[in-house]
Design a protein around this ligand. Structure first.
Ligand code: AHM
Ligand code: MG
Length: 337
């Protein structure tokens, strides 16, 4: 059987959309090359002096891992020279990154988390790069402003992740279904392995950090009790699977069916919003799950409809199989109608 690379797959699907230019292909190509470079370092992490923290604290107040920092630099350096972007937002940078005037630019905006789940790096747990791609909508000034970037997730033209796991995979959508490609290290290419992924409408897995249960509100407690009881859609308890690495937890649930939850909690009573970031984590995953037939909400609202107010805004996230997320939405609606 002839094996199809990501770019071949993209070109084939673009044949049906003659409007598409080569610019998106270029963007994806550069991102894929960045992913291969990151994968190379991640896969030999134990051999190099790259594990552990840099000693710095990032904009989220968290310790920066050396590999986070490496991945962030690789993506910024490659993508700023791609000639197709006007700006980038990284989870690791407080402000958005404008493309220097010395480089050619375009109208795409790339939002990314360079190495999500990095607290797991030292234990050889699967980690990932998450990305969302937007288009600039205003052309009235030469400089990009933050309002060009603060678009709701429904405006994404593409989204995806690379999971550095037992094998390395790229999973992405450009609004035409979700497709998975596995890196064949012997040829150095991502090859189509999971065409048109659909998430089972009814899951058997729930994924949540239950250690924080004492900080949850009533509907969240009720929802998790439901998944653990025999009075649910399955008539028996769901299995709990929680890695603590969003890309890994999400990817497993996408394939097997299930729900991932990072609810709001009261650890910081002034900011009961959960941990995950709307722009660089929740929105890309939400586009993927919807394209795969699932759902993503913050409890009541569709994630893709949330208008962001700031670059690093956090949001509660309930994402996965349609029936499971619908149950969450109904439960919140009963409490807050
Ligand atoms: P990071 O972006 O700093 O790596 O944090 C995000 C990660 C997610 O991958 C994961 O779902 C979550 O943090 C786990 O958090 P917790 O340890 O609070 O359960
Ligand atoms: Mg992250």
């Amino acid at each position: 059987m002839r094996q199809v690379t990501v770019v071949e797959h993209l070109l084939l699907s673009q044949k049906e959309r003659p409007m598409a230019s080569g610019r998106f292909t270029r963007l994806l190509n550069e991102l894929i090359l960045s992913a291969k470079i990151i994968d190379r370092e991640v896969s030999k992490a134990g051999l190099l002096n790259v594990l552990g923290g840099t000693g710095e604290i990032n904009v989220q107040g968290e310790a920066v891992q050396k590999l986070d920092d490496f991945a962030n630099r690789v993506i910024i350096r490659r993508m700023e020279r791609a000639g197709v972007l006007c700006a980038m937002v990284s989870e690791e940078n407080a402000d958005f990154i404008e493309i220097p005037h010395t480089f050619p630019s375009g109208d795409y905006i790339l939002i990314f988390d360079p190495l999500d789940g990095s607290a797991n790096i030292d234990a050889n747990v699967s980690i990932g790069t998450i990305f969302g791609i937007y288009r600039r909508t205003s052309f009235d000034s030469s400089s990009v402003t933050v309002s060009d970037i603060l678009q709701k997730g429904a405006m994404q033209v593409a989204a995806g992740y690379i999971i550095y796991g037992s094998s390395t995979m790229l999973v992405y959508t450009a609004g035409d279904g979700v497709h998975g490609f596995t890196l064949d290290p012997s040829v150095g290419e991502f090859l189509l392995s999971h065409p048109d992924i659909k998430i089972p409408p009814q899951g058997k897995i729930y994924s949540v950090n239950e250690g924080y249960a004492m900080y949850w509100d009533e509907p969240t407690k009720k929802i998790v009790e439901y998944f653990k009881s025999s009075a649910n859609a399955l008539r028996r308890p769901y299995s709990l699977r929680y890695i603590g690495s969003l890309v890994s937890d999400f990817h497993r649930n996408l394939i097997y069916g299930g729900i991932f939850m990072y609810p709001a909690d009261s650890r910081d009573p002034h900011k009961p919003v959960g941990k995950l970031r709307l722009l660089c984590e929740a929105s890309p995953m939400a586009m993927i799950v919807e394209q795969a037939g699932g759902m993503a909400i913050d409890g009541r609202r569709r994630i893709l409809d949330i208008e962001p107010q700031e670059l690093h805004q956090r949001v509660p996230l309930f994402i996965g199989s349609k029936h499971d997320v619908e149950f969450v939405q109904q439960t919140f609606a009963q409490y807050y109608s």
